[in-house]
Design a protein around this ligand. Structure first.
Ligand SMILES: [Zn+2]
Length: 269
């Protein structure tokens, strides 16, 4: 599909003209970001819409309410309160979850078998939202554009898809976000998301100690499913060690938040 190339090129040119921003991540790591916050939002919106079209949504109201409850508490402690985040539970055995710019959270029902209880689920959602806060998607899509990986994946992905009837610009944007989502995050991004996520969950009143049990469960669940959570970097052992070191730091946040917790988000029977 050569028809897509000029679009992606023009997208890249636009991004370059509007300024390639070298900035710092929340932990002081250098980041190259080609896209504006608005562009990232558009990508997140269109990718999420596409995922909802393509994947089966859970009809389990009890589980959906539970996931929403935990997600609400996490997003309510974020610094920038815009419109409420959209939370969707997908019916799939995948042990995974993700968050996208524009305020979207996707959780797979398979994750609920590994993340035991609201505090463990909050560990995952805190981690995913942290990827968004720290602009990791922007970093990934930017890297893909700069190295041309985006083009190759675009060609492959569009080989089997008719794009004639779609808004081409939007599908290019959506594809960019999916490319960013498909490419696993790097070790530095994962550690950063763990650290920020731990703080978010503690602030939201979830027990930070559950983060250790969660990654132990993930380890037991084994690899192979989902790009995001079961990616091998950092190894679960190293990740657990880091989280243990950070416990004392976030414990005061957890204690301070307890009085304000209105809903414990139990799954119930
Ligand atoms: Zn991650």
């Amino acid at each position: 599909m050569n028809s897509m190339k000029p679009l992606l090129l023009s997208l890249l040119t636009t991004a370059l003209l509007s300024g390639c921003v070298t900035t710092e991540s929340p932990t002081g790591r250098g980041q190259t970001l080609l896209f504006s916050a608005e562009q990232m939002q558009q990508m997140g919106d269109s990718s999420f819409a596409e995922m909802k079209r393509q994947q089966k949504l859970s009809k389990d109201k009890r589980q959906t309410d539970y996931v929403n409850c935990v997600a609400r508490r996490i997003t309510s402690v974020l610094p920038n309160q815009g419109q409420p985040w959209e939370v969707v539970l997908f019916d799939s055995e995948q042990v995974n979850a993700f968050a996208l710019p524009g305020g979207h959270i996707g959780v797979y029902t398979g994750l609920l078998k590994v993340a035991e209880g609201p505090d463990q689920l909050a560990t995952v959602l805190g981690h995913e939202v942290a990827h968004v806060l720290a602009n990791h998607g922007n970093e990934q899509v930017s890297r893909a554009q700069l190295t041309g990986v985006g083009m190759q994946i675009a060609d492959a992905a569009l080989g089997g898809v008719g794009v004639a009837n779609k808004d081409l610009y939007m599908s290019a944007l959506g594809l960019g976000a999916q490319v960013g989502f498909i490419l696993p995050f790097g070790r530095a991004q994962e550690s950063e998301a763990d650290a920020i996520g731990l703080e978010l969950m503690a602030k939201a009143g979830f027990d930070p100690a559950a983060s250790i049990a969660l990654w132990q469960n993930m380890d037991k669940a084994g690899g192979g499913q989902g790009v995001e959570l079961l990616s091998t970097h950092p190894s679960h052992g190293h990740r657990i060690e880091e989280l243990q070191k950070r416990q004392a730091q976030v414990l005061p946040l957890y204690h301070a938040s307890q009085a304000g917790v209105k809903n414990r988000c139990q799954l119930g029977k």
